[in-house]
Design a protein around this ligand. Structure first.
Ligand code: ZN
Length: 291
């Protein structure tokens, strides 16, 4: 597979997979943890001879392509153009299955945490566990070492709490009416309690389900995630989205009602949200028409 083909494969996978819950993952010879059903692919990147897929919980699938390697995307139930023997990985959603044939290596790993604090190497409680002590999570939020860290980053810091991927990060901040750009140091005790209890409730209500839902008021069951360009169910403002971080995981938020603790100056807001036309374009793609 030539370099240009790797880029094209990544683009095809992006169209077929990003933003849709994965129903099933198979890889006969996988090194590393398996992606979990119900997780969403958030990004697909071509890097040299590698195609990398990122799920919303931070798991990365790295497929190293050689000359006979290929990624194909099929509608579910359609016949494959290559033999089952050559299958190295398959990712199935409601509509499509993406199949990797004959890759040189198939490996998964977790993204390194962006926030590492000396002396705070321990992971936070896992919110999916009924034994998690939520008071500990509240304390970890209120004593966060970098007081200026933004909530959008702190929410997925595994040293504070585990179990929050990108979908819940967006949904919890919306439910709490908090700006993703709020500084963690500005949180009151009440805010911290609200975040932790909302997050634990969402994670536990959805454990074991393939399709996650945080609301019954949208057709996709989510208030902001995946709803860029559509109306907020609380204030009718248009939901915005923006890629953040190395993999461009997409943050979704409502600029109308998620304004609590937002200290940004108007110039900073404009700088961080420069492409309304691009958001509109993304919103018009057929696989975004979901609710
Ligand atoms: Zn709103």
């Amino acid at each position: 597979m030539a370099m240009g083909d790797v880029s094209r494969a990544a683009a095809t996978l992006r169209s077929a997979l990003v933003g849709r819950p994965m129903l099933r993952f198979d890889a006969p010879v996988l090194i590393g943890p398996s992606p979990q059903a119900g997780r969403m692919v958030e990004a697909v990147e071509a890097k040299g001879r590698h195609v990398e897929l990122l799920w919303d919980d931070g798991l990365v699938l790295d497929t190293k392509m050689k000359s006979k390697s290929e990624w194909h995307v099929y509608r579910n139930g359609a016949p494959w153009h290559r033999s089952w023997d050559a299958l190295r990985a398959s990712i199935q959603t409601d509509d499509f299955v993406a199949v990797c044939f004959d890759a040189a290596e198939i490996e998964t790993y977790r993204l390194p945490d962006r926030q590492r604090h000396p002396g705070q190497g321990r992971l936070g409680p896992n919110l999916a566990s009924a034994r998690a002590n939520l008071h500990d999570v509240v304390d970890l939020l209120l004593s966060y070492p970098d007081r200026d860290a933004r909530l959008r980053d702190v929410m997925v810091d595994q040293h504070v709490m585990q179990g929050i991927g990108n979908v819940y990060r967006c949904e919890v901040l919306w439910a709490a009416e908090l700006s993703p750009w709020a500084h963690v140091g500005d949180l009151t005790h009440h805010d911290a309690l609200l975040i932790v209890n909302t997050a634990a409730r969402m994670v536990r209500a959805n454990s074991g389900r393939t399709r996650r839902a945080t609301t019954t008021h949208t057709s996709i069951g989510l208030a902001v995630y995946g709803r860029c360009g559509q109306g907020c169910i609380r204030c009718r403002e248009t939901i915005r989205s923006q890629p953040i971080g190395r993999y461009g995981r997409v943050l979704y938020w409502c600029p109308g009602c998620q304004v609590r603790l937002d200290r940004r100056q108007p110039a900073e807001v404009r700088e961080m949200d420069p492409h309304p036309a691009a958001s509109q374009f993304l919103n018009e793609l057929p696989w975004r028409q979901v609710g």
